[in-house]
Ligand binder design. Structure first.
Ligand code: MG
Ligand code: MG
Length: 260
């Protein structure tokens, strides 16, 4: 991650409205891809669906070409945590697929991820995904003016741990977002509350818990992208981009208008 500045970018209401347009493209794309997930489909076919959807919505993919990334979405299967590259892999019944997508509208980014069951998935893996999603929403709830950044991190960690015995991945974080996809500040998914910068109206943050069914220790495959759980246990990843507004958190990458 390359930071141009340690300042957290503040957006005007008009700029957040453009970010909402980008977020809606991401939401529609994730929905289209998730709808196509089934045993037998390849991750490359899913990437093509995302490419078409982003183009149809007059947006630009954030990921394609990002530090050389060769696809529009990241597709991470089972023990793959994040940054999986779409390809010839055929999804099988029982897999858990994490899909991460970013889109740009008029220079402003949206970034979100979902984990989707392929066919019939085991109860423990479904519980992992549900815990990770609920932790995301717990973090989003803390994206309020006057809170401190680590209030988000703490809420995410508490929610995952409250849901069961899961590992919280610490080597990757959420991030500020706006005119670039990855901006200051990094947002860990663990930590004590009450630390870090005070959140202000006009900030936009991508909150993205990653959790595992086993050990949260991760490594990177020889493709230099795919992050995997070293113990090969399954992982889940959920993400939304949220804006901090006068009236509270505005989830920019949800299909519906969600103000928390
Ligand atoms: Mg993402
Ligand atoms: Mg992100």
């Amino acid at each position: 991650m390359f930071r141009r500045s340690q300042e957290i970018q503040i957006k005007s209401a008009d700029q957040l409205a453009v970010m909402r347009r980008a977020g809606l493209v991401v939401a529609r794309t994730l929905q289209a891809v998730a709808n196509a997930v089934c045993p037998g489909v390849t991750t490359r076919e899913l990437d093509a669906i995302a490419r078409d959807c982003i183009r149809t919505n007059d947006a630009t993919p954030s990921f394609l070409g990002y530090h050389g990334f060769p696809a529009v979405i990241c597709t991470s299967v089972n023990e793959e945590v994040v940054h999986g590259i779409p390809g010839e892999r055929v999804l099988r019944d029982g897999d858990l697929l994490s899909i991460d997508c970013g889109a740009i509208v008029d220079g402003w980014h949206g970034d979100a991820a979902v984990s989707v069951p392929v066919g019939t998935v085991s109860a423990p893996v479904l519980a992992l995904s549900a815990a990770t999603e609920s932790a995301l929403w717990a973090g989003l709830q803390q994206a309020r003016a006057g809170n401190r950044l680590s209030d988000i991190s703490h809420a995410v960690e508490v929610a995952i741990n409250a849901a069961g015995s899961f590992g919280v991945v610490e080597d990757y974080t959420g991030h500020g977002i706006g005119t670039s996809m990855h901006m200051h500040p990094p947002i860990p998914n663990h930590g004590k509350p009450g630390r870090g910068p005070v959140l202000k109206v006009g900030m936009a943050l991508a909150i993205e818990p990653m959790a595992t069914l086993g050990s949260p220790v991760v490594g990177v495959l020889a493709d230099d992208w795919t992050v995997v759980a070293l113990d090969q246990g399954p992982a889940a990843h959920w993400e939304h981009t949220v804006a901090i507004t006068e009236s509270g958190p505005w989830v920019l990458t949800a299909l519906a208008e969600i103000h928390l």
